[in-house]
Design a protein around this ligand. Structure first.
Ligand SMILES: [Zn+2]
Ligand SMILES: [Zn+2]
Length: 347
């Protein structure tokens, strides 16, 4: 058995469309020391590939982070494989709220140096000294109270399309940058109740430990992230305090939490929260594009990319990788989302 996928993308997508069974989209993570990440990676690939599991899974010495879809008829068998590994025993699993089961079309398991790249040396701070975990409802109740500060620990391209009311949404392109910016911004707020959140909770484990290391005392984090918050709030009559869409790293690119659109097309400026990757393969920039602009620019981020995609070999000046949409917007002076002025960064 091959330990990697050998089939091309188009065929895999075709197969997914033709499936006659249902899938569950799930996610889970755990910080847990792994002696041999590569061996563990190969073992779970052997377990999950025959069960037709798809997804994007990262394994590192510090643990595992998984977003995946599992066929319903194999779900029990999948759960049984978890019992084989100490790291996976009893691991809390989160279920997606908007689930058409088409979130992934292949199984990708990668070994990485770290689960969440913080740019810091091992041992620079105690990653196990984490902040207090709050349930979705606890977090909900603290928002808007006096002496609290809500901080979005995700990148700007994520918070741009959706965030909690009144949250600080730093213009960061990476988690590493985010840690630096947040520590600076909160410098005079060490006595406040800090409320951190991210997509599924994994980044806040590190961020909360980092802030505590830097002298913050009342550090709290949304357990299970926005994904879990959305699930919990849906089961109540409460009005969500998260506005817009929760960006997720799969084919769906996001799930709406309260139905509002708070961001804008980066090309024409009209309300839009659909992320796309530039269709020019040598660019592949992640940005927000409406249907009309998609048509006008043939799915590309700039006229230059449209031309290059069409085979005209223009040198593209602004080639940024995934996540650098902030620099992209600045450098090209495109229509900017109005949202930035709403984030109380300087308060
Ligand atoms: Zn547009
Ligand atoms: Zn482009």
């Amino acid at each position: 058995m091959h330990l990697y996928n050998r089939v091309n993308k188009e065929e895999l997508k075709q197969r997914l469309q033709e499936e006659t069974f249902e899938r569950k989209t799930i996610s889970f993570y755990k910080y847990h020391y792994l002696e041999n990440p590569q061996e563990f990676r190969d073992n779970i690939f052997r377990d999950w590939f025959p069960l037709d599991c798809f997804g994007r899974i990262y394994v590192a010495r510090e643990g595992i982070n998984a977003q995946m879809s599992v066929p319903e008829h194999h779900f029990e068998a999948f759960l049984q494989t978890l019992e084989k590994y100490e790291i996976l025993q009893g691991i809390p699993i989160k279920y997606a709220i908007e689930d058409d089961g088409k979130s992934f079309y292949k199984l990708t398991i990668k070994v990485r140096p770290k689960l969440v790249a913080d740019g810091l040396d091992d041992g620079a701070y105690d990653v196990t000294n984490v902040g207090k975990h709050l349930t979705g409802l606890e977090f909900h109740n603290y928002i808007g109270q006096e002496n609290t500060v809500v901080v979005d620990m995700r990148n700007f391209y994520e918070s741009e399309i959706g965030h909690f009311e009144g949250a600080i949404c730093p213009e960061a392109d990476t988690f590493r940058e985010e840690l630096e910016i947040v520590t600076d911004l909160l410098e005079d707020k060490k006595d406040k109740k800090i409320l951190l959140y991210c997509t599924g909770g994994i980044r806040c484990e590190k961020a909360s430990a980092y802030l505590k290391h830097n002298g913050f005392e009342d550090v709290n984090q949304l357990h299970g992230g926005v994904l879990e918050y959305a699930r919990q709030i849906k089961a109540t009559d409460l009005q969500p305090k998260f506005i817009g869409k929760n960006f997720v790293f799969d084919e769906r690119m996001g799930e709406s939490v309260n139905g509002e659109i708070i961001s804008h097309c980066h090309q024409c400026g009209k309300p839009c929260d659909t992320h796309t990757n530039c269709a020019n393969n040598s660019c592949h920039l992640l940005f927000i594009q409406c249907d009309e602009c998609r048509e006008k620019y043939d799915g590309c981020c700039t006229p230059e990319c449209t031309e290059e995609k069409a085979g005209h070999h223009h040198a593209v000046q602004n080639r940024y990788i995934f996540g650098n949409s902030r620099k992209y917007r600045k450098s090209l002076a495109l229509v900017r989302a109005e949202k930035k002025s709403e984030a109380p960064i300087s308060k």
